[in-house]
Design a protein around this ligand. Structure first.
Ligand SMILES: O=P(O)(O)OC[C@H]1O[C@H](O)[C@H](O)[C@@H](O)[C@@H]1O
Length: 281
């Protein structure tokens, strides 16, 4: 079998480098985090901060953080869940007709899970090809229902925040996190130069049309009630791990469910997304 992935260790954490006929990609086992995906014939799709920690000391800034089993800050529990700062296990890696398929898992531990009433295990299946498919399965081994929320926190590389369109979200209701205002709605596209921080009620697909990079990034998703749209704008100056002016080169469009989802006793649940890129005519 043609081996199209290699596992290396850098600064105490493990990276899986992927090269197949359809794409180049990288996954970090710290966070179960996709740090690179570049389909053949296209520029890199994911933005990475040049000043991100990449040694396990903090969550990675850029790529696709998996925020689970909760979204945002929760008192005494920290931000964006547990697994973006935990080491995941590589369960399987294989080549399937020009695709590379990885299976990862992370077990947050019975004690924590019981105390905090979350599912205990999250598994990811990642399929790297001309599309990127990320499927997560969460497992509740307990004899009682538990809850979780999540975000697949995509940092998309863009040409300019001034030359973007995210058409599917215009007209959809959203919560503005910056002004703490529910039930907002735009009739025209917003200014994507941040600070912008919104949770849209929208379970359909969304896309970023980028007239500078001359491409459209399209995301379909399942098991996801929300899109989170985030760019810190001037607030990036207070975020140590965003390199100078780095915020001008990304837009976060996150497939998420920001409110609790119940997982029945002794059962599992799935959610996920598929990302595709097309050149503009
Ligand atoms: O700095 P982090 O913990 O990675 O969070 C980065 C951002 O993530 C999400 O998009 C939230 O909506 C924002 O409020 C938050 O600032």
């Amino acid at each position: 079998m043609h081996q199209d992935f290699t596992v290396t260790e850098k600064n105490g954490i493990q990276f899986i480098s992927i090269q197949n006929d359809n794409c180049k990609a990288e996954v970090c086992l710290f966070g179960g985090h996709i740090t690179e995906w570049q389909p053949e014939g296209h520029a890199p799709v994911l933005w990475m901060s040049e000043t991100s920690a990449l040694d396990g000391s903090a969550a990675i800034r850029g790529g696709i953080p998996v925020c689970w089993p909760w979204f945002g800050p929760v008192e005494n529990k920290g931000r964006h869940g547990l697994v973006r700062t935990m080491n995941w296990t590589l369960e399987d890696a294989k080549e399937e007709s020009d695709l590379t398929v990885l299976k990862l898992s992370c077990d947050i531990g019975k004690d924590k899970a019981l105390a905090w009433s979350h599912p205990q295990i999250i598994e990811q299946t990642l399929i790297f090809g001309s599309r990127l498919t990320q499927t997560c399965k969460v497992v509740n081994p307990f004899n009682a229902p538990v809850n979780f929320a999540y975000a697949l926190h995509n940092y998309f590389q863009i040409g300019s925040l001034n030359h973007l369109s995210v058409p599917e979200l215009t007209g959809q209701p959203y919560y503005c996190k910056i002004n703490d205002l529910e039930n907002q709605c735009d009739t025209t596209e917003p200014d994507y130069n941040g600070p912008i921080d919104r949770v849209y009620q929208c379970d359909g697909p969304a896309s970023i049309t980028d007239s500078i990079m001359q491409r459209r990034i399209s995301v379909t998703k399942h098991g996801s009630a929300n899109w989170v749209l985030w760019n810190p704008g001037t607030l990036a100056a207070d975020i140590d791990d965003i390199h100078t002016d780095g915020e001008k080169s990304y837009l976060c469009l996150e497939a998420a469910s920001t409110s609790d989802i119940e997982v029945a006793a002794n059962s599992s649940m799935e959610f996920g997304q598929t990302i595709a890129v097309t050149a503009l005519d």
